[in-house]
Design a protein around this ligand. Structure first.
Ligand code: MG
Ligand code: ZN
Length: 245
C-alpha cells in the first residue's frame, strides 16, 4: 500500500510530542518556581491559556524579561533524534511530506524553540494561540478562539481556546487535493479529537504514559478507532517509525 502514497501530511502536537517538555510549564519551572506552584493550584479553576497569560503578567511584574524567557525556551529539552527524524523525512523525495503543527502552546514559544533547534522552516503552518511581545517585554498571550466571540462546537473535550479536530479539518480543506496519508504525533487528551477524525489509511503515533494513551486504548478495544495506532515513548522511536514509512 505504501507504494501508492505520494503525498502525506505529518501533524505534530508540540509539547511532549515534537518537544520533550511542556513549554508553558517549563519557563516558570526555570524562571519562577513559585509561579509554577501557583499555576498547579489554580489549574482546575482557570482556563489554561488564560492562566499562562496571567502568569506571564506576574512574571513580568516580578522583573522577568524577554531575554529570560527566550533563554529558558532555547534550553528546553528537545531530543536530537526528533530533529534528525523530521529533517530526514522532510528531505525524502517520495513520498513528499508536509508538516503541520497543532498546539495549545503559543506562536512565540514555538517559533523561538524551532529556531533554536534549526527547524524554523519545518512547518507549512503552525496553528496555535497568538502571542506577541509588547515594548515593555511582556509577552501578551490570547486564546486562538476569542472568549468574547463565537465558540467552537466540539463535544469531544477540546479546551475552549481551540478545537484541534476542527483546525485539522479546516487545514485539510485549505490544502486540497486530499493527502494519501495523515500521520498524527501526539500525547495529550487534547489530541484525541483530531485522532478520531483520521481515516483507515492514516496513523496516530501515540506517546505512552500520557493522556492520549488512555483515551485511545478504550476506543481501540471497542474497535471504534478508524486509524492505525503505533505507540512510542522516546523520540528515537518516532525517528525509527519515520524511517520505516
Ligand atoms: Mg502535548
Ligand atoms: Zn475538538
Amino acid at each position: 500500500m505504501s507504494n501508492s502514497i505520494q503525498r502525506q501530511l505529518v501533524v505534530f502536537d508540540f509539547d511532549w510530542s515534537l518537544a520533550d517538555q511542556d513549554s508553558d510549564r517549563w519557563i516558570f519551572e526555570v524562571l519562577a518556581p513559585e509561579l509554577r506552584r501557583k499555576m498547579k493550584t489554580l489549574k482546575k479553576d482557570v482556563q489554561w491559556t488564560d492562566l499562562v497569560a496571567s502568569t506571564l503578567r506576574e512574571l513580568h511584574a516580578k522583573g522577568g524579561t524577554r531575554e529570560d524567557i527566550e533563554g529558558a525556551l532555547r534550553k528546553m529539552p528537545f531530543h536530537p533524534a526528533m530533529v534528525r527524524g523530521v529533517t530526514n523525512l522532510k528531505a525524502r523525495a517520495s513520498p513528499t511530506t508536509t508538516f503541520l503543527c497543532l498546539s495549545n502552546a503559543n506562536i512565540v514559544f514555538i517559533t523561538t524553540i524551532l529556531k533554536a533547534q534549526g527547524l524554523d522552516t519545518l512547518f507549512e503552518e503552525i496553528i496555535t494561540n497568538p502571542a506577541e511581545w509588547d515594548p515593555s517585554g511582556l509577552l501578551r498571550l490570547r486564546r486562538r478562539v476569542d472568549p468574547d466571540g463565537p465558540q467552537h462546537q466540539c463535544k469531544i473535550g477540546c479546551s475552549p481556546n481551540m478545537c484541534k479536530g476542527e483546525e485539522l479539518e479546516a487545514f485539510l480543506e485549505r490544502h486540497q487535493p486530499v493527502y494519501d496519508r495523515v500521520i498524527y504525533v501526539g500525547d495529550g487528551s487534547n489530541d484525541f479529537c483530531p485522532v478520531l477524525r483520521l481515516r483507515a489509511q492514516d496513523m496516530v503515533l501515540c506517546r505512552r504514559h500520557r493522556g492520549l494513551e488512555k483515551l485511545i486504548a478504550q476506543y481501540e478495544e471497542e474497535g471504534r478507532l478508524k486509524c492505525q495506532v503505533r505507540y512510542w515513548a522516546g523520540a528515537w522511536e518516532v525517528e525509527e517509525i519515520f524511517d520505516q514509512l
